[in-house]
Design a protein around this ligand. Structure first.
Ligand code: AMP
Length: 193
C-alpha cells in the first residue's frame, strides 16, 4: 500500500478516517497528536514540553516533531504502508518528511484532504470537548488552533498539489461519513492499482 497523508483543519475527522482506512487496508497509523498526548500522560520530558504548546493551541517546534516522527515511523512494521495523521503541519515538516522517506527508499504516496466548513468544525470540536474532555478543546484554544491552521498548515495544501498527490473529499458533496468513506476508499484503490 502507498503511504497516505491525511490533511484537514482541526475537527475535520482526520483521526476517524485514518482509523477506518488503517483497519480496512491493514496499514500502520501514526497520529502525532496521540503520540504527544501519550508522552504527556506518562509525564516524560518531551511530554512536559509538548503540553506547554498544546494547551495554548500552538504547534510543537518543527525540529522536535521531525525527530519524533522519524522515530515513530521506524518503529512501524515494514511494507504495509503508513497513514500520517496530523503530520506534516508546516512546509518545513513536509520537506523533512519527503526527505526522511526518500532516505529509506520510500515516498509520500498520496494526500487526502478533508474539506469541512468552519461552522461545522467549530460545533464538532465543542461537542468533542464535552464528550472526551480533551484539554485543548476549549473555545479559546480551538480559535487559536484554527488561526494556526490557516497561517501555518493550510498553505501546505498547495505544496501537495505541486507534488501532484493531492486528493480532496468535501463533506458538503459527500454529505455523510459513509459517503466520504466510499469516495476515499475508491480513490485509494485507484491509486494502488
Ligand atoms: P491533533 O490531535 O492532531 O489535533 O494534535 C493536537 C496538538 O498536538 C496540536 O494542536 C499541536 O499542538 C500538537 N501537534 C500534533 N501534531 C503536530 C505537528 N505535526 N506539529 C506540531 N504540533 C503538533
Amino acid at each position: 500500500m502507498k503511504n497516505i497523508i491525511i490533511f484537514g483543519a482541526p475537527g475535520s475527522g482526520k483521526g476517524t478516517y485514518s482509523a477506518e482506512i488503517a483497519e480496512r487496508y491493514g496499514m500502520g497509523h501514526i497520529s502525532t497528536g496521540d503520540v504527544l498526548r501519550g508522552e504527556i500522560k506518562n509525564e516524560t520530558e518531551l511530554g512536559k514540553i509538548a503540553k506547554s504548546y498544546i494547551d495554548k493551541g500552538q504547534l510543537i517546534p518543527d525540529e522536535l516533531m521531525i525527530d519524533i516522527l522519524a522515530k515513530t515511523y521506524d518503529a512501524q512494521p515494514a511494507g504495509r504502508g503508513v497513514i500520517f495523521d496530523g503530520f506534516p503541519r508546516t512546509i518545513a515538516q513536509a520537506e523533512a518528511l519527503k526527505k526522511m522517506l526518500a532516505e529509506r527508499g520510500h515516498n509520500l504516496g498520496m494526500m487526502i484532504e478533508l474539506i469541512v466548513s468552519e461552522e461545522v468544525l467549530m460545533a464538532r470540536l465543542l461537542r468533542r470537548a464535552q464528550i472526551e474532555g480533551r484539554a485543548d478543546d476549549n473555545e479559546e484554544t480551538i480559535r487559536n488552533r484554527f488561526a494556526v491552521y490557516h497561517s501555518q498548515t493550510e498553505p501546505l495544501s498547495k505544496w501537495f498539489e505541486a507534488e501532484g498527490i493531492r486528493h480532496t473529499f468535501d463533506w458538503g458533496i459527500c454529505k455523510t461519513k459513509e459517503g466520504m468513506l466510499e469516495a476515499i476508499f475508491e480513490e485509494i484503490e485507484k491509486q494502488n492499482k
